[in-house]
Design a protein around this ligand. Structure first.
Ligand code: FES
Length: 125
């Protein structure tokens, strides 16, 4: 794989070709996010401890192209877990990446798994 081929693109669980270690679980804030970098991609990883779930999305907010979403506020839209961009408060589903404000681009989302206290993000070949 060349770095040129990497871009933000949703990876479904069944498409994972390899897992990249992000960090130990206990390094992530509760109900908050942190960012990892892999071959030029910034991936926001969210520890949604109120729900007992983890999510990963691109860190790039598609609205004004800011690398910021890992610092966004997480919450729920009905039953849908979401993150709000700190800049202009556009909100995105953490599960699907869909822009919940409707009018602009969605986010790429990535599978996550935890093994032996370490969180991993899944990528396609
Ligand atoms: S930069 Fe994220 S909502 Fe504007």
């Amino acid at each position: 794989m060349t770095e040129e081929r990497l871009r933000y693109e949703t990876v479904k669980a069944e498409e994972v070709a390899f897992w990249i270690e992000a960090s130990e679980v206990n390094k992530f804030p509760e109900n908050g996010g942190a960012c990892m970098e892999y071959k030029g991609l910034q991936i926001a990883i969210f520890n949604f401890s109120r729900r007992g779930e983890w999510f990963a999305t691109q860190n790039l907010c598609p609205h004004k192209k800011q690398m910021i979403l890992s610092r966004g506020m997480i919450g729920s839209h009905g039953n849908e877990p979401k993150v709000a961009c700190p800049f202009h408060k556009k909100t995105f589903s953490l599960r699907t990446g869909k822009n919940l404000n409707g009018s602009e681009c969605d986010l790429a989302t990535y599978p996550v798994k935890i093994e032996n206290g370490v969180i991993y993000v899944g990528f396609k070949a």
